[in-house]
Design a protein around this ligand. Sequence first.
Ligand code: GCU
Ligand code: CA
Length: 395
Amino acid sequence: MSPIRVRLTVAGAAALALTTTFAMTNAHAVTPPRAVTTPHAAPADTTYTAAEVLAGVKKNSTAANQVNTKPHINTMTRAMNVNVYQVASGVYAYTSSMAIDDDGSDPDPDPDHQGDTTWHDSSGKALAAHHVPFYVLGDDCWDRKTPCPHFFYKEHGMSGRQFALMFYKGKVIGSIFGDTQTANNQTTSDNDSRELGEASVKAAQLLGIPSSGTTGGVDNGVTVVMFSGPSWVVNGTNANLNANAQAKVQQALDSLGAAMAGGTPPPNGNVFEAETGTLSAGGTFDSNHAGFTGTGFANTANAVGAYVDIPVTAAAAGTKTLSFRYSDGTTSARPATISVNGAAQSTLNFPTTANWDTWANVSVAVPLKAGANTIRVASTTAAGDANIDSVTVSP
Ligand code: GCU
Ligand code: CA
């Protein structure tokens, strides 16, 4: 929870072996990393280097894509100058310091050391900061407002152990959301939920950043790129979470590289990817049919009532048009009931498309409240829902 200091005895060399090194002077680093003719339709086997992806992240870290309206605090320097950008659908990036968190690793000599972490491993144990590369986000919305003027993970389809790429000086690693900065209702620490720029001992080791609590950390230059949605939650225990996170690095580079090569990211705030949501039993978030946006689409079970819940936000209450991007490669329409925050609104037909790689839109007007809303698409037939890619909310 705090930038805690401890001298490490673990040798860095073995840890660094897992780190992918890349050239910062890559020739493809500036504009679309790969020539693709159709947005979002890059072949699944297209691979992207870390340098290409980091360059795309920087390029898309523009004022138009900024998620927060008030600045975050750099944990090490305390400067209020850190912003979060939506660099592709459901993918959020910031660049800040790395302060060192050693929570969850017992025994530990640091007087500030805390035995627990906000999020736990898959067997319910505190995440061990010496073994698991994790990053730290605010525990709540400091301003107590919805939507939050700062980046607040709960408003962006994120939960514990959410995958991120972390870049620093020519290296990239996989990391997970492991701990939070003090909430408003906690008075035991001088930390602040607006802080961004802290990560675990293990993350520092993997990136070649001094991981000592007293002299370690780095003031700037660490870029964290967070992938939202349940399909990017990393499971495992303290013994294997590091390996499980590193195993996702290339998949994340390829998926984000393809999304950014597709062109301009969707305008902040009104395109919501189905894969940031949740599915009823038997559903999966898939990426096996080309042309989806973001990192995949929702494939519900084939059953009456099978659904996907998609979190969306609205700046103000009012009647909005929801436009669903979907595919139905069968010969029958896939009608579904659209509900908002648990209240059924109407049934949409979702007519057939030429095949599963062809995407179409259907829309409906619904009332939304200001802030977070949940949109449910629930099948009225035994065929289940059409494959659902995203929902766009009108301004
Ligand atoms: C196929 C297709 C899926 C789709 C499913 C269905 O399996 O690959 O993407 O969801 O059919 O009929 O629902
Ligand atoms: Ca299906």
